[in-house]
Every structure is written in structure tokens, then in C-alpha cells.
Write a protein that binds this ligand. Structure first.
Ligand code: GDP
Ligand code: MN
Length: 379
């Protein structure tokens, strides 16, 4: 889950990293009021979860409250890379001398977090990484020991930071590490970390990505989720604890188990079809959950048929069959549903389903071929 700049910077600030003064506005009037309060040159920053806002025209400076009003009203009607701008951050503009890059992410090859730093921070950091990789310093962090001060001092020396800024830099780097480890982030980034004209370090931009699998440990962060980035159906799925990802095809998939769901998608592809979604209802899913899964799949107008692929383990096949029938009772649909059911009590389950005139298949191959055929014929 990505956090907005203003959310990330609030967390930075709570951990003692210096950020510019300012506030979020949802209207041009509000932006004007904030600019008036700050009584200085301000920067108006679109709050959307995409990179490169500056280059896309989503970050602009204003000298006067009236100008802040004008710019905010323009930015608040923009979309950046398809996402609407609903909020702007209005901050006292920083007087920038230099822009540094400072971030932490996981290095999967080394199986360790890595702090990445460069004296050539700012909007062109991707080009720096590609064309001048020597300007980028990577420092691996032992997750049990954390970032050591000597490592941060090495980085400060490596990016040719003026000596009087080493102490605040070491503090900033070590606080950034605290944030990374305490929030279960997969990325924390300050780009740019600015050296101001008055020789202070200031986090002008902020980005955080929290590991979704750790969010249960951070209910306070989960609340910050921006629902604009997720399809409505994915939001609904999350509510019922279903792992759902919408795809582009026509065959809806309802499966118990992530591996089985992947297999189901592969075999659909193998027979020339195209899955409409990944959906794992998990183990021991009750009637409510199955019903929600059907509703979510059927809400996708592209779906022509549904392939239900269930492996009865702890949940017995007859229970699953009754669950499917109960779930379908409240759902009106003409869409053909093909069911493949194996495992514990599968025979009993299949008998219940055929009595209810459901389409069943004995093998996964057969079920997939049938679904692909229907998806082509009914198109
Ligand atoms: P991004 O483009 O989405 O990464 O947004 P940033 O917040 O990093 O802003 C992009 C660029 O705009 C920065 O690298 C700065 O050069 C410039 N910028 C952002 N905030 C300020 C500010 O307060 N004052 C000045 N002078 N420039 C700023
Ligand atoms: Mn930035």
C-alpha cells in the first residue's frame, strides 16, 4: 500500500525528520487561506499516488495567496497518469541549494535492506541510476543491528556532504531506518532531501510503500489507504477477505487456494481462453464469502462464464456444494457456471450439484476446455 506524500511526511516529522510547514487542502479557497497563513512563497503539490508529478505539471510555486488560488484550482481539476487529483499539499516553498536522494528498500538478492543515496537527487534520479550509476551509493543494513552511525557517516562522506551537515544527516538516515523497520515498509524514500540556502536538511518529498501482508499489524496505517487506486471490486473483495485481482479476460475464476488459482488461470490460457480475474476464496470459506465472490465476478461486464475450481481438503466437498448453491440462491444470473470439485467427499458434492442442474466436470482439463468453448461461443 502506497502512502501519499503528505502522509509519509507526517510520519517522517513524527520521527524527528525536518519537513516544510504546510497543510493539505481540498479546494482552491482552502489553498489560498493556507498560503495566507504561511505568508511566504508556497509550493502547491498534487497528492496522487504516481511518480514524476513535477514533470507532469503537478507541482508549482506561487508567490501570493491569489496565485495559490489560481494554481490550486488548476491542479485540483487535473488527472495525473489517470488518477484524479483530489487534494493538494500547500507548503512554505523551500529555498533549494542542492537535492539529495535518500531511500531504503529490500535487496532481494542480498536478502537485506539497502540504503540508497546520491548527491544527484531530484526528478532525474532514474536517469542518474541508468547513466551515472557511480553516483549512487548502496549500503546494506543488517536487519537485526539496524543502520549503524558509522555507515551513515560513510554515506555522508560518499556523497560529499559538507562536514557541518554530517550530524543532521546521520540523524535523518537513522530515523528513516526506524520508520522503515517499524512500519514494515518495502520502500521509504526522501527525494529530494534538500540542502537549503540556510544550510539545513529538509525532506521536501516523501514516499512510503507498506507491505500489505503486514498491514494487520498497523491498523493506523491501513486507514490511510487511498481507495482511488484500487478498482471498486478489489475494495469489496478485501472487505470479505478474498484475494481478488481483476484481469482483462472473459472467464471468471472462483478457486480455493492461491496455487490452484494460478493453475486454473494457466490451464485456461493453455486451452486458448483468457481469465477475467484471479480469485482465491481461501480455505474453509463460508456461504457469505462464496456469495461475495460470485457477486464480485459477476459485476465484471466482460465475464461470459465462470469456472469454479475447488479442492476439498478440510472443507468437505458436500459442504462446498451446499455453500455454492446457497450462495447462488440470492444471485440472478444467466451466466453458465462450470464446477470442478475434487477431494474429500467430492462424490457427494457432485451429486448435490448435478441434482441442482449445475454443470460439473470430472477433471480440470475438461472444465477448462468447456469454459473456453463457452467463452468463445457466447462472445
Ligand atoms: P515528484 O516530481 O513527484 O518527485 O515531486 P517532488 O516533491 O519531488 O518535486 C519535484 C521537484 O520540484 C523537486 O525535485 C524540486 O526541484 C521541485 N520542488 C518541490 N518542492 C519545492 C520547493 O518547495 N521549492 C522549490 N524551489 N522547488 C521545489
Ligand atoms: Mn520527488
Amino acid at each position: 500500500m502506497k502512502l501519499h506524500e503528505y502522509q509519509s511526511k507526517k510520519i517522517f516529522s513524527e520521527h524527528g525528520i525536518s519537513i516544510p510547514v504546510g497543510r493539505v487542502a481540498v479546494s482552491a479557497e482552502e489553498a489560498k487561506v493556507i498560503a495566507g497563513e504561511l505568508n511566504d512563497r508556497v509550493v502547491i503539490k498534487s497528492q496522487v499516488l504516481v511518480g514524476g508529478r513535477g514533470k507532469a505539471g503537478g507541482i508549482r510555486l506561487a508567490k501570493k495567496p491569489d496565485e495559490a488560488y489560481e494554481i490550486a484550482s488548476q491542479i485540483l481539476t487535473m488527472s495525473l497518469k489517470g488518477l484524479p487529483v483530489r487534494k493538494v499539499l500547500v507548503e512554505q516553498a523551500a529555498e533549494i541549494e542542492e537535492e539529495i536522494y535518500l531511500g531504503i528498500t529490500n535487496d532481494r538478492d542480498k536478502r537485506k535492506p539497502v540504503m540508497i543515496s546520491s548527491s544527484a537527487g531530484g526528478v532525474d534520479i532514474e536517469e542518474v541510476a541508468r547513466f551515472s550509476p557511480e553516483k549512487i551509493i548502496r549500503t546494506h543494513i543488517d536487519p537485526l543491528l539496524g543502520l549503524k552511525d558509522y555507515q551513515a557517516r560513510d554515506i555522508a562522506a560518499g556523497i560529499d556532504l559538507p562536514r557541518e551537515l554530517w550530524k543532521p544527516f546521520v540523524q535523518t538516515a537513522s530515523r528513516l531506518w526506524d520508520i522503515f523497520s517499524q512500519t514494515d515498509s518495502t520502500l521509504v524514500e526522501i527525494n529530494p532531501l534538500v540542502i537549503t540556502k540556510s544550510n539545513q536538511l529538509l525532506a521536501v518529498d516523501g514516499k512510503m510503500i507498506i507491505d500489505d501482508n503486514a498491514l494487520f499489524r498497523h491498523p493506523d496505517l491501513e486507514e490511510k489507504r487511498d481507495l482511488d487506486v484500487d478498482a471498486a471490486s478489489e475494495v469489496e473483495a478485501r472487505k470479505y477477505g478474498l484475494a481478488y485481482i481483476k484481469l482483462e479476460g472473459e472467464i471468471g475464476c472462483l478457486v480455493n487456494g492461491a496455487g490452484l488459482a494460478m493453475t486454473t488461470m494457466d490451464i485456461i490460457k493453455h486451452f486458448g481462453g483468457s481469465p477475467a480475474n484471479f480469485l482465491d476464496i481461501g480455505g474453509g470459506a463460508g456461504e457469505d464469502k462464496v456469495a461475495a465472490a460470485f457477486r464480485i465476478i459477476l459485476a465484471d461486464p466482460k465475464v461470459i462464464t465462470i469456472l469454479v475450481n475447488i479442492f476439498g481438503g478440510i472443507t468437505r466437498g458436500d459442504e462446498v456444494a451446499r455453500g455454492i448453491l446457497a450462495a447462488l440462491k440470492g444471485i440472478q444470473t444467466e451466466i453458465p457456471i462450470i464446477i470442478r470439485l475434487v477431494g474429500t467427499n467430492a462424490e457427494e458434492g457432485l451429486r448435490i450439484l448435478s441434482e441442482a442442474k449445475m454443470i460439473t466436470a470430472d477433471t480440470l482439463e475438461e472444465a477448462a476446455q468447456q469454459a473456453v468453448r463457452i467463452s468463445k461461443v457466447n462472445k
